[in-house]
Design a protein around this ligand. Structure first.
Ligand SMILES: CC(C)(COP(=O)(O)OP(=O)(O)OC[C@H]1O[C@@H](n2cnc3c(N)ncnc32)[C@H](O)[C@@H]1OP(=O)(O)O)[C@@H](O)C(=O)NCCC(=O)NCCS
Length: 194
């Protein structure tokens, strides 16, 4: 498989490939989430509608060139966040990113969205590892990786330093290999069968 499905369903969320017609919904979600995003997302500080439109256009281009696969996180067709699979960590690897509208946090929805991305990522040709990277000052992001069974493999200090106001400039890297994910999925199937 060279590119992922445009819709990924999970227990309580559906991930849907971003489309240009999501402009109003995404712009509203960012507007309502901005205080919660600014500490961690460098683009959030100067949020404006044109930037949201550029983001959606870039998503179309990156999907077409298979560099990145960006999805709306939706609940009952309402846009509640954003996530994606990105080819930024070299051959055989994908990293994933996510954010949720604060009204929807604390319910496991980001973890479900990330699980759907990991499953799909490992179905893409040649992918043997998926990573989650976050700043050390952002434990809520790391907790998603931990809940999914990722292993922390590295802490680095990117030369550019902190890029958003909440960051301390230490990048925490979590990794899941294809073999680990397969074993975890098989265990969960066994548990459900018992
Ligand atoms: C990172 C972010 C998406 C995490 O959101 P989150 O709501 O903490 O994560 P989840 O949706 O997986 O929810 C987990 C919480 O729901 C609880 N939960 C309830 N039901 C659950 C279930 N079925 N499965 C897992 N967790 C569940 C967990 O106990 C946890 O609660 P806790 O935070 O009190 O420990 C969110 O904090 C965010 O959008 N932050 C701003 C943007 C950002 O930092 N993005 C990452 C940049 S690297």
């Amino acid at each position: 498989m060279e590119e992922p499905a445009e819709i990924l369903s999970s227990d309580q969320v559906e991930l849907r490939r971003w489309r240009m017609s999501d402009l109003d919904a995404l712009d509203r979600a960012i507007y309502e989430s901005v205080d919660h995003l600014v500490p961690w997302m460098p683009w959030a500080a100067d949020h404006e509608r044109q930037q949201t439109s550029d983001f959606l256009a870039r998503n179309q281009e990156e999907w077409a060139t298979r560099q990145a696969f960006g999805y709306a996180i939706t609940s009952d067709a309402v846009v509640i966040g954003s996530c994606g699979l990105y080819r930024r960590i070299g051959d055989g690897g994908l990293d994933i990113g996510y954010w949720l509208h604060p009204h929807w946090t604390g319910r496991g929805l980001a973890t479900m969205a990330a699980a759907a991305l990991v499953s799909q990522g490992f179905q893409l040709a040649g992918i043997d590892r998926v990573e989650i990277h976050h700043d050390a000052a952002n434990p809520a992001s790391g907790a998603v990786a931990l809940r999914l069974g990722f292993t922390e493999v590295e802490r680095t200090r990117p030369p550019e330093g902190p890029v958003a106001p909440g960051e301390v400039g230490i990048d925490v890297v979590w990794r899941m290999t294809a073999g680990q994910w397969q074993a975890r999925t098989a265990e969960q199937v066994d548990e459900r069968a018992e």
